[in-house]
Write a protein that binds this ligand. Structure first.
Ligand code: C2O
Ligand code: CU
Length: 507
């Protein structure tokens, strides 16, 4: 029996070496995605017992496509959280993790885990130089941990996998915001449970701005839309189905928590802050007419210069900040945002949302030719290699490994001297399975992808990079902020839950 993990890789690798050797991912439209892998539903990957209780009836194929029409629901915007206090130059927020029922599919309430009951979570807006304190209260019936992805934070506020908030308890996280603007996000990180927790809804935007960004004439206000994209699987009642390592059955695409929504836009420029909050799905996004998308930012804020493209690739956890000018469409027309990445039937996973151009509008916004200046990188002090691999031999309990080892919170895998800069060469040693690589604490720079200079979309600050089978990326980071222990891992959360995580200590 071929494991589903092999199959996602096989689907990605169709086209063989050509695809793997490309510096950017451009899957051919003719890729044949694998269908629901019914025979393997009880196959490998079930390492999180509570996630896949034995003896539960099989929920059957994903009912999302049957229960949701395409482009009929309006895409909501996540609510913006208001601080409970702004005293002393600090914004303090109170967030409660709850289990609630919310209709994801029309008219069918689904059980979700949600920050303040919002699916996806509320948006926290912050400003560089102004600290944020978040009091997180866990009203779930299991432990949680809240990580601020992409942020430079002291280790005790990192929300690492082992520093848990027990059920019923509160923990206070302090975010100094001593980094430049960036589209960050917060999500659960409780070891072995992060995968199911994030899947069930524990994820939200944290949008950090600064004077550099605020001074630019980019589209703003109602023309600036945060959009979290992900896939999901539903049972016939419209409830989320979580099975570990289940990419083939997650064929419903959600944008801000609704299936294949429509987004009403005016015929002018919009800024879209895209996040891939999927556990496993890679997106390769395009407008259906191949129209231009101007990428202005990546994980760690704006690029130095805008980059006009027709495709935006996002692996789980990555962000892209883009501007689309809808003035090139006639009022009354619609344009679909498509996805070329398998697995799943293209008539479902190939569509993401539709922009409906409903009115004319005045547009004073523009995208300047120069967006920011990134600091020059110092001479690196040392080099390291990192190898990512999951068992591909079809065993019942495949391990996720970094440098041949599964995660051990008591082990330090990389001892780093504070104040130094390191170059890491990260390789995906799998034949079929895609991964990506995320470092806590730092924003890094991509020096090379497969021995070549990175594309313009990877030339800004990054905290997560994709690694298709056989790929390798050289990246450089500077460790001159906080000391302590922080994880690094594959951000395909089903993989990190399987152990594909390691730990660095900066001292
Ligand atoms: Cu977004 Cu350690 O993760
Ligand atoms: Cu992985």
């Amino acid at each position: 029996m071929v494991s589903r993990r092999r199959m996602i890789g096989a689907a990605l690798a169709t086209g063989g070496g050509v695809l793997l050797m490309r510096t950017t991912l451009r899957p051919a439209a003719s890729l044949t995605p694998a269908g629901p892998d019914a025979a393997d539903r009880h196959g490998p990957g079930h390492v999180h017992e509570s996630a896949t209780p034995t003896g539960q009836p099989d929920p059957g194929p994903d009912a999302g496509p049957r229960l949701a029409g395409k482009f009929s629901l309006a895409m909501p915007l996540p609510p913006v959280l208001s601080p409970v206090s702004t005293d002393g130059g600090t914004d303090t927020y109170a967030v409660t993790m709850l289990q609630v029922h919310t209709p994801i599919l029309p008219g069918r309430p689904a059980r979700v885990l949600a920050y303040n009951g919002a699916f996806p979570g509320p948006v926290i807006r912050a400003r560089s130089g102004r600290p944020v304190v978040v009091r997180q209260t866990n009203l779930l019936d299991e432990p949680a941990s809240v990580h601020l992805h992409g942020a430079s934070v002291p280790a005790d506020s990192d929300g690492d996998p082992m520093t848990l908030i027990a059920a019923g308890r509160t923990r206070t996280y302090t975010y100094p915001n001593d980094q430049s603007h960036a589209n960050l996000w917060f999500h659960d990180h409780a070891h072995h449970a992060e995968s199911e927790h994030v899947y069930r809804g524990l994820a939200g935007f944290y949008l950090l701005t600064d004077a550099t960004e605020a001074a630019l004439p980019l589209p703003s206000g109602r023309y600036d839309l945060p959009i979290a994209l992900r896939d999901a699987r539903f049972d016939a009642d419209g409830n989320l189905v979580y099975r570990m390592d289940d990419p083939f059955n997650r064929t419903t695409i959600l944008a801000n928590g609704r299936p294949w929504p429509r987004v009403e836009v005016a015929a002018r420029k919009y800024r879209l802050r895209l996040l891939n909050s999927s556990n496993l799905r890679f997106f390769s996004l395009k407008l259906e007419d191949g129209g231009p998308i101007t990428q202005i930012g990546s994980d760690g804020g704006l690029l130095e210069r805008p980059h006009v493209t027709d495709t935006v690739d996002l692996s789980p956890g990555e962000r892209a900040d883009v501007v689309i000018d809808f003035s090139r469409y006639r009022v009354g027309t619609g344009v679909t945002l498509t996805n070329a990445m398998p697995p799943g039937p293209p008539e479902h996973v190939g569509q993401v949302l539709r922009f409906d151009v409903t009115r004319a509008a005045h547009d004073p916004s523009s995208v300047p030719a120069r967006l920011r200046t990134l600091p020059a990188l110092p001479e690196p002090d040392r080099e390291r290699t990192v190898v990512l691999q999951v068992d591909e031999d079809g065993r019942a309990e495949p391990r996720g490994m970094i440098d041949g080892k599964t995660y051990d919170p008591d082990r330090v895998d990389a001892a780093i001297t504070h104040g130094t800069s390191e170059v890491w060469t990260v390789t995906n040693a799998n034949k079929d399975v895609p991964h990506n690589f995320h470092l806590h604490l730092v924003q890094f720079r991509v020096l090379q992808r497969n021995g070549q200079p990175p594309g313009p979309e990877e030339c800004g600050l990054k905290d997560t990079v994709r690694l298709l089978p056989g790929e390798s990326v050289r990246l450089q980071a500077v460790f001159d902020t906080y000391r302590g222990r922080y994880p690094y891992h594959c951000h395909l959360l089903d993989h990190s839950a399987m152990g594909m995580m390691a730990q660095m200590e900066i001292s």
